[in-house]
Design a protein around this ligand. Structure first.
Ligand code: 5GP
Length: 192
């Protein structure tokens, strides 16, 4: 995606050694027109699938999923919760995910009321590193007997293990709008 490529190159900040900060359009401030184009691109790619639900993870995934869902017919968004809450939900699926950016484990959960065997799910996230968040969401879908129709991310780091792990563990390809090959002297090298 040309506009995304431009944003990453012009606004992305490389934080050594392997993190790209993209707060100006993806993780803090949201570029709505960019998100609309991202949503249309995901819809085109997955147009042959019958998707009734987009599953993502809080927080950055939510805005993305909501805008993307507008491009699919009758598609709801469910986001996986990370934080423990006083409002407990006995009827929930849980999985442990290792956070790449915080380097800690957390329990992710989704209510069984909002994910079940009738669901045909597109899993979406903002970034892919080692695949922990996506594989956690895949595990929640498995527990709920929902069908995973596809996996999409806005930016994948091709030099980390996520894409390979996801293919090996789920049999599914990750559709990434941009893939980072690496960083060189503070600049982002994108896959052609
Ligand atoms: P994974 O679960 O694939 O190891 O890591 C992906 C998650 O960590 C994403 O949900 C994203 O929030 C965060 N993340 C991993 N690497 C980066 C990065 O380089 N930049 C940003 N902005 N987020 C990242």
């Amino acid at each position: 995606m040309k506009i995304l490529e431009k944003k990453i190159k012009e606004e992305g900040q490389v934080l050594e050694p392997d993190i790209l900060k993209v707060d100006s359009f993806l993780n803090h401030q949201i570029d709505v027109s960019l998100f609309q184009e991202i949503g249309q691109t995901f819809q085109k790619h997955f147009s042959d699938k019958k998707i009734n639900k987009i599953l993502t993870i809080e927080a950055s995934g939510i805005g993305l999923a909501v805008i993307c869902a507008q491009n699919f017919d009758n598609c709801k968004v469910v986001f996986v919760k990370k934080a423990a809450s006083k409002i407990t939900d006995d009827h929930a699926y849980t999985t442990t995910i290792h956070s790449f950016t915080k380097n800690t484990d957390y329990i992710a959960r989704v209510s069984a009321d909002y994910l079940n065997e009738d669901d045909h799910v597109l899993i979406l996230d903002d970034f892919l590193a080692n695949g922990e968040a996506i594989l956690g969401m895949y595990d929640l879908c498995q527990q709920a007997h929902a069908t995973v129709e596809g996996i999409g991310v806005v930016i994948a780091k091709g030099f980390q293990s996520g894409m390979t792990r996801i293919k090996q563990e789920t049999g599914l390809d990750v559709y990434a709008l941009e893939v980072i090959e690496g960083f060189e002297k503070g600049k982002v090298i994108l896959r052609k």
